[in-house]
Design a protein around this ligand. Structure first.
Ligand code: HMH
Length: 222
């Protein structure tokens, strides 16, 4: 029988908050087909800003993976795949914004978004351990994967014009990528000090809170 991993323990312990991030009313409204399109457009414009701020953060995780030097597990390649996907994602946002008539150049980041971007910046510096930054990265990607995969389940009523968006994060290969990130994180946590494990868990909780606030913002609940 496989050993229970650290991420498994955390997800069990924080299930309520985790479900709050992955089964948010915004996501449920996409899944139920009663999403308010203006909320979707708000999310689209705000997420474009978020993803741009996400790039230097992911680059910092890549740098830390490389400097970790014991990269026998291919961490650098997995994270590099994430960087490449972000390049594609930014083009997608531009195309999608055009399709919905959302003017990206005039988007002003809302408070929840600003705070989330500031949080990402706080994780970039060299004083933040690779393990801690990698936990944030894994959680950020996985919340989107689980949220949008939920909108693609057989019994979902997701509007056809939103399916492509859901597939962007909800598709199987993005799911496999998230699993690779999880394996990286569990491998790191296995050999981490108690101090780093404590910091990493606190970081996970902050990511979950920021994600809930981000959905709330899109849903017009702030
Ligand atoms: C707010 N969280 C947010 N935006 C994203 N694009 C992702 C996670 C996944 O990349």
């Amino acid at each position: 029988q496989a050993k229970i991993t650290v991420t498994e323990t955390w997800l069990r312990k924080h299930r309520h908050l985790y479900d709050g991030a992955t089964r948010h009313p915004f996501i449920r409204s996409i899944r139920d087909g009663n999403i308010d399109i203006s909320a979707f457009k708000t999310w689209l414009g705000q997420d474009y800003i978020f993803v741009r701020a996400f790039v230097p953060f992911v680059a910092s995780v890549l740098t830390k993976a490389y400097k970790g030097s014991d990269d026998g597990n291919g961490d650098v390649e997995v994270i590099l795949g994430g960087v490449a996907a972000l390049h594609d994602e930014i083009s997608w946002f531009k195309k999608e914004a055009f399709k919905w008539g959302v003017q990206l150049s005039s988007i002003v980041p809302q408070k929840a978004n600003q705070e989330y971007c500031r949080f990402l910046e706080s994780l970039i510096g060299p004083e933040v351990e690779y393990t801690v930054a990698a936990v944030a990265f894994w959680a950020i990607e996985t919340i989107y994967q689980e949220s949008f995969a939920h909108c693609l389940e057989d019994d979902s009523k997701t509007p056809p014009e939103l399916k492509e968006t859901c597939k962007r994060w909800g598709n199987e290969s993005f799911g496999e990528y998230c699993n690779s990130l999880r394996n990286i994180v569990d491998g790191q946590l296995e050999k981490a000090s108690d101090d780093v494990i404590t910091k990493a868990e606190a970081t996970l909780l902050r990511v979950l809170e920021h994600e809930v606030d981000f959905w709330n913002m899109s849903h017009g609940r702030t």
